[in-house]
Design a protein around this ligand. Structure first.
Ligand SMILES: [Zn+2]
Length: 406
């Protein structure tokens, strides 16, 4: 008799908890979304014809169209391949003597290897296209070797992830996702901390780059930041990155950037990367990761229940499918988040360098050298672009100029 009120109470408590969680999530997302890019910047539009010559514009558009179609097709093929693996993958190790977690790891690695093979033709096609347009000089052998090494890294990652998940799911059953989410956030923190050491081979930066970085860091009121040059042997397009947290904070500039741009443009890049550090973007990225990791882990726990949950190795192929499907669904949101941070770094760079002309030349140069479409179609922008479009970045430089009254 006493059961009903208890059940009603429990449901009420659960409902309140859910409301609280959604409110907390939304509030955190809102707080993380705030940047110092002023609201209501004049919505300038910069026509593509002012960024690239008609010939280059045509080439950039057809170049990117091919890569976009390739991306879409590979996305579909990967999901179909994983769906097949989720359906039949469990058969491969029914007789495995590797134990519960060992068998799960085997299935995880098998799934990744399968995915790797399926994805190879798309990677080769993209490289062929990039080489044809002189965007990359990488040869096929090196590409394959690098891809092979990357697969090794992915094996390590999936084994570690399955060790955590299946280890916790043993005693905790379907509740593993709560401590599991926390472990993944801790790992993301660790990964961000050591990320400077995972970037391409690095050498000392030229003294003027070191001095410039020091003065920009001072101006942005952030402690000392190490700067290094990535020795990519002219294989890759000009690039730069901000990595590390606290004592490991570092900026890495690709040697191709120093070779193809003048001092003023390089200064904009350095100011942008210092901006990622001074505005705590790496911490913010980990916080965003946490906001996705817990619901993601919950959804994996929930969807794998019909396979006995994550304590059963046969649930691993399905978990892989759900994981990749969730990542795909979250892609537009995740890209919007990184674009928001990138826009802030651009703004900070404009405020620090006060050199909109250099910013404009830099972005136009990126577009020209990487054959980047200055204003991509909306669907490609949502699914593929981690940075604001070139036309938007140049428009921001012009908006800054307007506000500065120049
Ligand atoms: Zn950036």
């Amino acid at each position: 008799m006493a059961r009903r009120p208890t059940r009603a109470l429990l449901l009420g408590a659960l409902f309140l908890l859910a409301v609280g969680l959604v409110a907390g999530w939304s509030l955190s997302a809102w707080a993380l979304w705030q940047t110092e890019v002023p609201d209501g910047l004049d919505p300038l539009t910069v026509p593509d014809s002012e960024i690239l010559s008609p010939d280059l514009l045509d080439e950039a558009r057809s170049y990117e169209t091919f890569l976009r179609v390739l991306f879409l097709v590979s996305l579909v093929v990967v999901i179909v391949a994983l769906a097949l693996y989720a359906r039949f993958g469990g058969r491969f190790v029914r007789e495995s003597a590797a134990g519960r977690i060992g068998t799960g790891m085997l299935l995880g690695m098998l799934g990744l290897a399968f995915l790797w093979i399926v994805d190879i033709p798309f990677g080769l096609a993209a490289l062929w296209w990039e080489r044809r347009h002189d965007v990359s000089e990488l040869d096929y052998g090196t590409w394959l070797a690098e891809n092979w090494l990357a697969l090794g890294g992915e094996f390590l990652f999936v084994c570690l992830a399955l060790l955590v998940v299946m280890g916790l799911a043993g005693p905790l059953r379907d509740w593993w996702w709560i401590p599991g989410g926390a472990v993944f956030v801790a790992l993301a923190l660790l990964f961000t901390f050591v990320s400077p050491y995972l970037l391409p081979a690095q050498v000392d930066a030229p003294p003027d780059v070191v001095a410039e970085t020091r003065s920009l860091a001072e101006e942005q009121d952030v402690g000392e930041i190490d700067v290094r040059v990535a020795d990519v042997d002219s294989y890759e397009s000009p690039n730069a990155a901000a990595a590390g947290l606290g004592p490991t904070r570092r900026i890495v500039v690709w040697d191709t950037l120093l070779e193809s741009f003048g001092d003023d443009e390089v200064r904009v890049v350095l100011a942008h990367e210092v901006g990622h550090h001074s505005r705590e973007h790496l911490w913010k990225s980990v916080a965003w990761y946490a906001l996705f990791a817990f619901p993601g882990a919950f959804l994996i726990a929930w969807t794998t229940r019909r396979r006995g949950g994550m304590r059963e190795p046969t649930a691993v192929p399905l978990a892989l499918l759900v994981f990749v499907a969730l990542q795909t669904v979250a892609l537009p949101a995740q890209n919007a988040i990184t674009r928001n941070l990138e826009a802030e770094a651009d703004w900070v760079a404009l405020e620090t360098t006060e050199d909109p002309d250099a910013a404009r030349d830099l972005f136009a140069g990126f577009s020209e050298q990487g054959l980047i479409d200055p204003s991509p179609p909306t669907w490609a922008y949502a699914l593929m672009e981690t940075h604001p479009a070139i036309a938007e970045r140049i428009a921001m430089a012009e908006a800054w100029e307007l506000r500065a009254g120049r």
